[in-house]
Design a protein around this ligand. Structure first.
Ligand SMILES: [Zn+2]
Length: 343
């Protein structure tokens, strides 16, 4: 796969951009919006590649000198602007303007790609607005953002909008099964966790994450000893904090699945389709308000961890309570664990 072909499920947007290139009607500004992991950067860089590619007219070959330089972020006529310490400042937009004011190095396009455009300060946004108001020659600005409602309406109105499409679960699952050789029953679960975003799905689909998912769900589905398993998992996560966010996501999705099953949803409507029998068995034993409370608890733990709460304590508390949802974990079991971990 190469160029625009890597953008699964975005055919309509891709055709629009390719048509613009081949008819010589490339706009001066594009606003590419979509959730994180939805392919905004891939689209922007491929579009830039297609404008410069030495081998193809309306696509990026990925192998010519220009495509390789764009892929490596060192094409002299492609300027990337991204937040520094959380914001895009007016000085960065001024630098972009300076580059646009010069002749392009190679007598061709000048491209500015502004990543996380919603982080522009007011001054930066106003400065950019002037640039958008006075488009010149073969120059293209691409603004990338999560939602266009986060930008000044005056900026939005000067851009052609390119909303990334949220993919169907089956489209992502097919891709993972075909391109990443995952078993279909695993691919569909990952597609559900990724919530319509291909980039997220690819990120999630690692062996480590699949192992973490199984560990979290083991705690949630054990019939006995779950309290102890929960505390062991908390200890392991405390030592590998980069996995926490993913494990919390697995937990929330599992709890949501329980709610769905309680309200009569079928196997294809849940995320953890491969464990539907477990979900059915558990949902019979739970009431909705308990699950709702558990979902809120996962969220409040996430916020507490972001605010630098004591990590081990937060994980112990959350996971122990989750394990306790369906049955009683004998306190003696935990007491034993406490003793053995001290010795
Ligand atoms: Zn090329």
């Amino acid at each position: 796969m190469r160029g625009f072909d890597t953008l699964i499920g975005q055919g309509a947007l891709v055709r629009r951009l390719q048509q613009a290139i081949s008819s010589g009607r490339v706009a001066h500004a594009y606003l590419i919006s979509g959730a994180p992991g939805s392919g905004k950067k891939t689209l922007a860089f491929t579009f830039a590649g297609a404008l410069f590619c030495q081998n193809l007219d309306d696509n990026a070959c990925g192998t010519c000198r220009n495509c390789r330089r764009i892929g490596a972020n060192n094409h002299p006529d492609v300027t990337i602007v991204r937040p520094e310490t959380g914001r895009i400042r007016i000085s960065q937009i001024r630098q972009l303007k300076d580059k646009f004011a010069l002749q392009s190095y190679e007598g061709s396009w000048k491209i500015g790609i502004i990543i996380d455009a919603e982080t522009m300060t007011e001054a930066a946004a106003n400065s950019l607005l002037k640039l958008l108001e006075e488009p010149s020659g073969k120059a293209v600005i691409m603004l990338l953002c999560t939602s266009r409602s986060m930008l000044l309406p005056t900026i939005v109105s000067r851009c052609q909008t390119i909303p990334m499409r949220r993919l169907a679960k089956s489209e992502i699952a097919d891709f993972l099964a075909n391109e990443h050789q995952l078993p279909p029953e695993t691919a569909i679960v990952i597609a559900g966790l990724a919530d319509g975003r291909l980039g997220q799905a690819i990120e999630i689909a690692s062996q480590e994450n699949l192992a973490w998912k199984d560990e979290v769900l083991a705690v949630m589905t054990r019939r006995e000893g779950q309290g102890l398993a929960a505390l062991r998992l908390a200890a392991k996560l405390d030592a590998e904090p980069e996995a926490i966010e993913f494990c919390l996501r697995v937990l929330s999705s599992w709890l949501r699945d329980m709610l769905l099953v309680t309200s009569g949803c079928s196997q294809t409507e849940v995320v953890h389709q491969d464990r539907y029998p477990d979900l059915l068995a558990l949902s019979g034993a739970l009431n909705e308000s308990v699950v709702m409370r558990a979902i809120r608890q996962v969220e409040s733990t996430r916020r507490a961890l972001e605010a630098n709460a004591n990590r081990r304590l937060a994980l112990d508390t959350l996971l122990y309570q989750m394990a306790d949802l369906t049955s009683f974990s004998p306190a003696s079991e935990v007491y034993k664990y406490g003793k053995s971990s001290r010795s």
